[in-house]
Design a protein around this ligand. Sequence first.
Ligand SMILES: Cc1cc2nc3c(=O)[nH]c(=O)nc-3n(C[C@H](O)[C@H](O)[C@H](O)COP(=O)(O)OP(=O)(O)OC[C@H]3O[C@@H](n4cnc5c(N)ncnc54)[C@H](O)[C@@H]3O)c2cc1C
Length: 328
Amino acid sequence: MSLTGVLLVAEQRNGEPRRMALELATRARQLADEGCGPVSAVVIGPGASAAAEKLGEYGVERAFVSEDKRCGSFPVVAEAAVVERAVQAVAPLIVLIAASNAGRDVAARLSARLGLGVIAAATDVRVAEGQPVVTCPVFGGSIVEEKGFVDGRGVVLMRPNAVSAEASPASIQTAIEFLDVVIETGHAAEIVETAAESSSSLPVEESSVVVAGGRGLGTAEGFELLRELARELDGAVGSTRPAVDAGWIDYATQIGLTGKIVKPKLYIALGVSGAVQHRIGMQTSEVIVAVNRNPDASIFQYSDFGVVGDLFEIVPRLIESIRKRKQG
Ligand SMILES: Cc1cc2nc3c(=O)[nH]c(=O)nc-3n(C[C@H](O)[C@H](O)[C@H](O)COP(=O)(O)OP(=O)(O)OC[C@H]3O[C@@H](n4cnc5c(N)ncnc54)[C@H](O)[C@@H]3O)c2cc1C
């Protein structure tokens, strides 16, 4: 069988594809337009078929679906088994997986089971002379490497937010195939309980507004002010590494080299100096606003709007003016 096309692993939640799934579908469709071959997807877990249907808007021609309940309880083992079956069915040139926690686990298992190479932390992939060429920034983005696979095919772990999700100009109907896979869960760790976060906002990497706080917030209580602003703007809370290390906020909110990559429409940085390791995670935001009392803070070099001043004076005034505006 010839190796052709892209197979993407589309993460979904309650029947809705996650934003990173739409990003992968967008890049896969663009590769198809450039002659790389058909786009197929694997969608797993309760709600998978509803999510698979929506992928047609992004150009996915064929979706392999498993709603097996074990995918929720034994996530890595069950999902890897399903993805393996789909890879065997289409023999793709490229398997595209989002570099989420689950995605990394699945990629590792897939590599072990099928002997496929994995290239991690990718920001792009193209095809040249019939082989994938994968772009990976290293050393904080100061060097960009292009890598290929020894076998000429493999798994690409794409960083979330590296590509913008764009619906296809011509929506198609995705052909859905249900996979019935034998899943060996003998030695697998099982999820026995899941607790939802109390936050009503989207995860920081999926929100179109991010309000991020750094060491300048001073304490965990300082983040309360930031949360208030985020609520007014329907946004998510982000943070720098020192704020996480100090225990003021969860690691899930950390943005940067060792945290999340975000690409919101609006990014507000409060008490953030703008170190390169942070910048890597937010520099492609559409509009960047910074509040910092140091006029020489490097965050101002790449902000669209900057306010020099004490955030504890400025943010309450900002919240007040947003509220007044909302009241009309
Ligand atoms: C390998 C490695 C990986 C890293 N990964 C990450 C990462 O993923 N994400 C990340 O963020 N960092 C990361 N870092 C850390 C990074 O180098 C910086 O130390 C960090 O980003 C700085 O965080 P900060 O801006 O909150 O703190 P600081 O650099 O201390 O800046 C605080 C800022 O707040 C301002 N400020 C203080 N008080 C006020 C006030 N009342 N009002 C207004 N402004 C005020 C100050 O002027 C200052 O500019 C990493 C470092 C290494 C070595």
